[in-house]
Design a protein around this ligand. Structure first.
Ligand SMILES: Cc1cc2nc3c(=O)[nH]c(=O)nc-3n(C[C@H](O)[C@H](O)[C@H](O)COP(=O)(O)OP(=O)(O)OC[C@H]3O[C@@H](n4cnc5c(N)ncnc54)[C@H](O)[C@@H]3O)c2cc1C
Length: 295
C-alpha cells in the first residue's frame, strides 16, 4: 500500500479545514470498506487520509414523525438494517441495507460512504432518492441541504466541493398508504453488487396513485429516475396494463452499459421485469398502509 499521511480530527471544522487545505489530495475515511480497497488496488492514491470517526455527533440514527428519518454520517448499514422504524417506514432502504455485502461489511460500512462513493450500482441510492431524501453537508462555505437526486454527476462523482463533508441524510416521513420496495438483481444471491437495482416509493389515495418515484440503479452513470414511467402511474388506478407500459417506459429510458455483470440488453430487459414487480409490490404494501408482509 502506498504511504499516506493520516489524520484523526476531533471536530467537523477541523476535518473540513484539512480537506480544503489538501485540495483534492486527501480522502475522508468513514468505514473504509470502499476507500481502503481502492487504495490497496491503487485505484485511488490519496496523499492524506482524514478519518472522521473521532468527530462527535455524527453517529445518530433518529426518527421523528414531523422531521422523518435522520441518518448521521457515521451511522452504519447494520444500524439501519436492524432499526425497527426503518423496516416499518422505509422498507426500500431496509431492503437495500440488508442486501449490501456481508454482516461484517455492514458493521463497518456507512450509508454516507455508500453515497459519497457514488458508484452507479450502490444499493442505498435508489431507495433514498425514491424517498426524496436530502443530503446535509458542512464545508468552508457553511452548511447546505441538497436534494439527493441532484447529488451525483457521474460514476464516483458528486457535487461536493473541496473541503465539503456529508454530515447527514434526512428522509421525510412517508404519508399514510405509502409502499416502498427495493429489488436488487445480482449474479448471485449474496455478497454481490447489483447488475440492476430498482426502487419504488408509491402513495395511494382511494383508488389512485398520488405519489410515485421509480429509481433505477446500475443502468446509467448515476442512479436515475424513470420519469416517463412515473408520469404514467401518477393519478391513475392500478392495472396490470399500466404496470406493463410503465415497465417498458423504464426499460426504454435506462442507459446501461455492458460489463462483466451483464450485457446492456440483458440489463434493459431486467429493468422492465423488476420495475413491473416492484410497482406491484409497492402498490400492495401501500394498500396495506405500508406494511410489506413478505419482509
Ligand atoms: C466485500 C465488500 C462487499 C460490498 N458489497 C456492496 C454491495 O453489495 N452494495 C454496495 O452498494 N456496496 C458494497 N460495497 C461497498 C461499500 O461497502 C459501501 O459502498 C459502503 O457503504 C461504503 O461505506 P464506508 O463507510 O465504508 O465508506 P468509505 O470507504 O470510508 O468511503 C467511501 C467514499 O466516500 C467518501 N466519504 C465517506 N464518508 C464521507 C463523508 N461523510 N463526507 C464526504 N465523503 C465521504 C470517502 O472519501 C470515499 O471516497 C462492498 C464492499 C466490500 C469490501
Amino acid at each position: 500500500m502506498r504511504p499516506f499521511e493520516y489524520f484523526e480530527p476531533a471536530t467537523l471544522p477541523a476535518a473540513a479545514a484539512l480537506l480544503e487545505r489538501f485540495n483534492g489530495r486527501a480522502s475522508i475515511l468513514a468505514g473504509g470498506t470502499d476507500l481502503l480497497v481502492e487504495i490497496k488496488e491503487r485505484i485511488r492514491l490519496p496523499d492524506h487520509v482524514i478519518n472522521i470517526k473521532k468527530v462527535p455527533g455524527l453517529d445518530y440514527l433518529s426518527y421523528d414523525p414531523e422531521k422523518g428519518l435522520k441518518i448521521g454520517a457515521l451511522a452504519t448499514m447494520r444500524e439501519v438494517e436492524t432499526s425497527t422504524v426503518v423496516k416499518e417506514k422505509y422498507a426500500g432502504l431496509y431492503q437495500a441495507a440488508r442486501e449490501l455485502g456481508s454482516i461484517q461489511v455492514r458493521n463497518r460500512a456507512t450509508v454516507a460512504g455508500n453515497i459519497c462513493r457514488a458508484s452507479p450500482s450502490a444499493d442505498t441510492l435508489p431507495s433514498l432518492i425514491a424517498d426524496n431524501a436530502a443530503i446535509q453537508t458542512f464545508g468552508p462555505a457553511g452548511e447546505r441541504s441538497i436534494p439527493m437526486e441532484n447529488f451525483f454527476t457521474g460514476p464516483g462523482k458528486t457535487i461536493l466541493s473541496p473541503g465539503e463533508i456529508l454530515t447527514g441524510i434526512n428522509v421525510p416521513n412517508p404519508p399514510p398508504n405509502t409502499g416502498k420496495v427495493y429489488l436488487k438483481l445480482g449474479r448471485r444471491a449474496a455478497m454481490e453488487l447489483a447488475t440492476v437495482g430498482v426502487a419504488v416509493s408509491l402513495t395511494v389515495e382511494g383508488e389512485l396513485c398520488r405519489y410515485v418515484r421509480i429509481v433505477l440503479g446500475a443502468v446509467a452513470p448515476t442512479p436515475m429516475r424513470a420519469t416517463e414511467a412515473e408520469n404514467l402511474m401518477l393519478d391513475n388506478e392500478f392495472s396490470e396494463d399500466n404496470l406493463e407500459i410503465a415497465a417498458q417506459c423504464a426499460r426504454d429510458q435506462s442507459r446501461p452499459i455492458s460489463d462483466v455483470r451483464g450485457s446492456a440488453d440483458y440489463r434493459r430487459e431486467m429493468v422492465a421485469v423488476l420495475t413491473r414487480r416492484a410497482l406491484r409490490m409497492a402498490w400492495a404494501a401501500a394498500e396495506n398502509d405500508g406494511l410489506d408482509e413478505s419482509l
